[in-house]
Design a protein around this ligand. Structure first.
Ligand code: 6PG
Length: 474
């Protein structure tokens, strides 16, 4: 058996599946997990007869690998990653490389890269998307680090990644924390997509009264359309079909309406606030999860805060189509926000991101994989400096064609008292972005009134500031 030069630390499901994926592409692999029991079970149940070397101490793991070593760390983001790095660091030699494949905060990745590069070790922060199945059969990979570090892993990552019509779903993303930054935004967009789908579901179920079979059919049909074809729509159609064996009810109806989150959506919002790029749809999605978690409070509030209720009275099929249009328009806004955020981060942090390539590697393997990413890829290929996705000819026309339906869906939601925070945030984003004059002239006047913060004038060049003594002669 050839000695492996690739190893995986951390045998939770993502680590196990990535190790098996790498092995299946013809690369021998060494594995290590903190608890030996886990490694033994993995070897007995999943890695038997495979080119996998099991090790039970970090020293043994490092010795099992032929230099230059490539060590994929698949442990929980945060302190566990630092702990593994400090165990490995004294045992490695120049030219060896650690790849963090977890959902680490990009600033941590930046710091770790600097620390390890300073002692001659390579480090990459690599976003991995696709869940369990993606990890095993082909994820979307977002590796960041030095180009030299990427060269060393290119032959492996291009083979283990999902493959689409225009290549493997992996590309060199950029230096330092670029890979984890892009993965973070991927997750922010994932939050947006999931919330928009949840709102469409709420409307179909509660404004129209569709049952779980009808919901499944509508989502399956939407998944056949060029614009909405996507993994998340596809799995939603499956979810609606699942019956809970205990109660015989649709399982989705039995699931508590309180959403969890691990932090990447929140980090995306924090970064957007720091960089001054509005991502209201994604922010609304994070907030929707937060408010959903106040289950008991909401149940109590229902008794006190009455509002409208009832069903939509118009034509059912035509409203379903309008919800589909609203979903698509909102989705375009959400992606426009995510892409704009990455554009700004690229400038600010020197990531030199290729937005067209990023859209391409999201076409397969990852959670947000969708047909329409091909259009995003084309839009940024055509114009890498596109200030906003909504201005790309194809998106512009689609949104203009469908805005009436979108507005109607929001009006109906408001009338029926059905919350649609991400649909609304998207429409507000669209309406704000397309307005040449917003009411912030008044905001500026107020700031100048109470704090002498000054303002610019419409009839004077930008950059000239004025102050008024507002209460004089009045
Ligand atoms: C992916 C996912 C994954 C994420 C989970 C849970 O791309 O494969 O984004 O990385 O960890 O979806 O995220 P939340 O717990 O924050 O929903």
């Amino acid at each position: 058996m050839t000695q492996p030069s690739f190893g995986v630390i951390g045998l939770a499901v993502m680590g196990e599946n990535l190790a098996l994926n790498v092995e299946s592409r013809g690369f021998p692999v060494a594995v290590y997990n903190r608890t030996a029991e886990k490694t033994k079970t993995f070897m007995a149940e999943r890695a038997q007869g495979k080119n996998v070397t099991d090790t039970y101490t970090v020293e043994e793991f490092v010795k099992a690998l032929a230099p230059p070593r490539k060590i994929l760390v698949m442990v929980k983001a945060g302190k566990p990653v630092d702990a593994v790095i400090s165990q490995l660091k004294p045992l490695l030699q120049e030219g060896d490389m650690i790849i963090d494949g977890g959902n680490s905060l990009y600033e941590d990745t930046q710091r770790r890269t600097e620390e390890l590069e300073a002692v001659g070790l390579g480090f990459m922060g690599m976003g991995v998307s696709g869940g369990e199945e993606g990890a095993l059969l082909g994820p979307s990979l977002m590796p960041g680090g030095t180009p030299e570090a990427y060269d060393k892993v290119e032959s492996i990552v291009t083979k283990i990644a999902a493959q689409v019509d225009d290549g493997p779903c992996v590309t060199y993303i950029g230096p330092g924390g670029a890979g984890h930054y892009v993965k973070m935004v991927h997750n922010g967009i994932e939050y947006g997509d999931m919330q928009l789908i949840a709102e469409a579901y709420d409307l179909l179920k509660n404004a129209l009264g569709l049952n779980h079979e009808q919901l499944s059919e509508v989502f399956a049909q939407w998944n056949q359309t060029e614009e909405l074809n996507s993994f998340l729509i596809e799995i939603s159609a499956e979810i609606f079909k699942k019956i809970d064996p205990e109660t015989d009810r649709p399982l989705v109806d039995v699931i508590l309406d309180s959403a969890g989150q691990k932090g990447t959506g929140r980090w995306t919002v924090v970064s957007s606030l720091e960089l001054g790029i509005p991502i209201p749809t994604i922010y609304a999605a994070v907030n929707a999860r937060v408010i959903s978690s106040f289950k008991e409070e909401r149940v109590a509030a229902k008794e006190q805060l009455a509002g409208p209720s009832g069903k939509y009275e118009g034509d059912v099929q035509s409203f379903i189509d309008k919800v589909r249009d609203a979903l698509y328009c909102s989705k375009m806004c959400s992606y426009a926000q995510g892409m704009a955020l990455m554009g700004k981060a690229s400038e600010e942090f020197g990531f030199n991101l290729n937005l067209s390539e990023i859209a391409r590697i999201w076409k397969g393997g990852c959670i947000i994989r969708a047909g329409f990413l091909d259009k995003i890829k084309a839009a940024f290929k055509e114009n890498p400096k596109l200030p906003n996705l909504l201005l790309a000819p194809e998106f512009k026309q689609t949104i203009l064609d469908r805005q009436e339906a979108w507005r109607e869906v929001l009006a109906v939601s408001n009338q029926l008292g059905i919350p649609v925070p991400a649909f609304s945030a998207s429409l507000d984003y669209f309406d704000s972005y397309r307005r040449d004059r917003l009411p912030q002239n008044l905001t500026q006047a107020q700031r100048d009134f109470f704090g002498a913060h000054t303002y610019e004038r419409v009839d004077k060049p930008r950059g000239e500031f004025f102050h008024t003594e507002w209460m004089e002669n009045s």
